[in-house]
Design a protein around this ligand. Sequence first.
Ligand code: FES
Length: 113
Amino acid sequence: MKWLRVTQVENIPVRQGRVVRFGSLELAIFNLGGAFRAVESRCPHKQGPLADGIVAGDDIICPLHNWRISLDSGFVKQPKEHAETCVKSFPCRVEQGVVMVAIPEDVLREAAA
Ligand code: FES
C-alpha cells in the first residue's frame, strides 16, 4: 500500500465527490463530513460517474439510474439483486489538512503502465 496525496480538505465540500486520477486509475473521493472515502469512479452498472452522485449517509447514489453503493465496502446495496457487485474501495485519511488515499502497489504499477 502506498499513501498518496489527493488534495487539501477544503477542495472537496461536505457531501460532495471529486474525481482524482493516478495514471489510468480514476477514483471518486467523497467528503462525508468528518471522514473521506475513495472508490473507483465508475458505476458497476453502466459506468456512471459516481463523483457526480448524491451522498446519502455512507452511500453514494449513482446519478444515472440510482444504484446505491456503500462507500465503506464498495458493494451495491440497491438494487438488492446486484448485492454481489462492487467497486473497489480504498482507505483514506487526513494528514495536516491534506486528503490521502492508500493504493496497493500492484494497482499503481498497472495504472502507470
Ligand atoms: S450507471 Fe450507475 S446506476 Fe446505471
